[in-house]
Design a protein around this ligand. Structure first.
Ligand code: SF4
Ligand code: SF4
Length: 96
């Protein structure tokens, strides 16, 4: 496991989970889910693997406080960054 490499990726995208209800039949559910996923993809979202009952989406969203210096990045409001940023657990940091 390694620490943060300051690649900045976590500050350039967001992940959201959209509720997706169960349909009356498995066939109807799969068809509706495929249609919903297509809808999100044609709007520029990446559809991620997710739990039943939701659709997980990744959205490109560069934070306006991200300072990029070549391959190095820093947060311009590090001391006052949002709680969400403070609590973020990076899978890259955990897995490397
Ligand atoms: S927390 Fe992870 S994704 Fe974010 S800058 Fe560090 S290594 Fe990159
Ligand atoms: S506020 Fe700072 S830590 Fe949070 S997303 Fe923006 S640049 Fe990254």
């Amino acid at each position: 496991m390694t620490g943060c490499t300051r690649c900045g990726i976590c500050c350039t995208e967001m992940m959201i989970r959209v509720p997706f209800p169960t349909h009356a039949t498995a066939e109807e559910h799969l068809r509706a889910r495929a249609d919903a996923e297509r809808f999100y993809r044609i709007h520029g979202f990446d559809v991620l693997p997710s739990m039943a009952g939701e659709i997980a989406l990744r959205i490109p969203a560069v934070c306006k406080h991200l300072a990029i210096n070549g391959s190095d990045t820093t947060c311009n409001i590090y001391e006052t960054r949002p709680e969400v940023c403070r609590k973020f657990e990076c899978s890259k940091c955990r897995s490397e």
